[in-house]
Design a protein around this ligand. Structure first.
Ligand SMILES: [Zn+2]
Length: 330
């Protein structure tokens, strides 16, 4: 019997152990042969013989079960080591993502105004005529409507041509004072080096009791904002025309490429036009039912800012979805 115990203990794997099992416990195995000897044993000794044999069988069985459990556990370990992912084997550098330059630029703009307690407002992309034009002092047949190549929908609605309708919606739902920006996408029928049918604007509006908000406030905040975005630049205001502001000004910064000396980007002028602004036209306040208030508004193209900051030559490249462009901004 000791040699049988030894055989079980020595089995190095499940296959060997199975051979041992058949040899000991099988129909033609050692134990079966021993039990078969019973009939030759004299009756008086039968009981003692059977008892001894059963004890041996129980001992061998226990030994066998324990050994089998051990070998099975070992086999599972081995299999897991073979099939599992060995993290120490991975040598490639992880690829990190990057924000799209337009999103990144928009976030920077939003951060500036949120820090000054401006609220961030949103509105629908499909607008009605009143919010997109009429309330912004652009009545029907007004020549300025032609300045914006509008996408018209069948039911008289339009894809908003600017984020200005959000100002109207915000003033309609809240009483002055208002201090808000509205970032978002806008749509125009235009496509060339510097125009895409969809682009992004951030519009700002500040309204308070009459006389409190002046052009000086507008000048201060835009100068501070443009220095925050472009660094140490000179800022100048040029008289202009927008239907929804009076007076209106276009705002230039000294060229960030040639420092004002004159180059290809600034068309040798030394200045780059970056946004439009002005004091809100009284007709706009009338349209939303505001009385005895004054305020300023400004609007800018996010792509224009992103192109200047990241020195991107072709606006269309921003929307081609080429990951190689994004990789440059990681
Ligand atoms: Zn220049």
């Amino acid at each position: 019997m000791e040699s049988l115990e030894e055989k079980i203990k020595q089995a190095g794997d499940l296959k060997t152990l199975e051979t041992v099992r058949i040899e000991i416990f099988g129909k033609k195995g050692v134990l079966a042969a021993e039990f078969a000897k019973m009939k030759e044993v004299p009756n008086a000794e039968k009981k003692a013989f059977a008892q001894k044999l059963n004890i041996t069988k129980a001992k061998l069985t226990e030994l066998f079960d324990t050994k089998k459990m051990m070998l099975e556990a070992e086999a599972i370990q081995e299999m897991m080591a073979k099939d599992g992912v060995d993290v120490s084997m991975y040598h490639g550098k992880p690829v990190s993502g990057a924000l799209h330059p337009v999103v990144e630029t928009m976030n920077r703009i939003i951060d500036y105004f949120v820090a000054l307690n401006f609220s961030v407002e949103e509105g629908p992309l499909v607008e009605d005529d009143f919010h997109n034009f009429e309330a912004l002092n652009l009545p029907k047949h007004h020549p300025a409507r032609d300045m914006q190549d509008t996408f018209y929908l069948n039911d008289g609605m339009v894809l908003r041509t600017h984020t200005s309708p959000v100002q109207i919606r915000t003033m309609q739902k809240s009483k002055p004072p208002v201090r808000m920006i509205s970032p978002g996408s806008v749509f125009r029928r235009d496509f060339d080096l510097t125009h895409t049918p969809m682009f992004h604007q951030v519009e700002g509006l500040m309204v308070d009791a009459s006389g409190k908000i002046s052009f000086a406030n507008l000048k201060w905040i835009l100068e501070d904002f443009l220095k925050y975005m472009f660094g140490d630049v000179k800022v100048r205001f040029r008289p202009s025309f927008f239907p929804f502001t009076e007076p209106s000004t276009e705002v230039d910064i000294s060229c960030i490429f040639c420092k004002g000396e004159g180059c290809r980007v600034c068309s040798k002028t030394g200045w780059l036009e970056v946004l439009g602004s002005g004091m809100v036209d009284p007709n706009v306040f009338k349209a939303v039912g505001y009385e005895d208030v004054s305020g300023y508004a400004f609007g800018l193209g996010v792509e224009r800012f992103a192109m200047l900051i990241h020195q991107i030559g072709d606006l269309r490249s921003l929307f081609e979805g080429d990951v190689r462009l994004l990789e440059q901004f990681r």
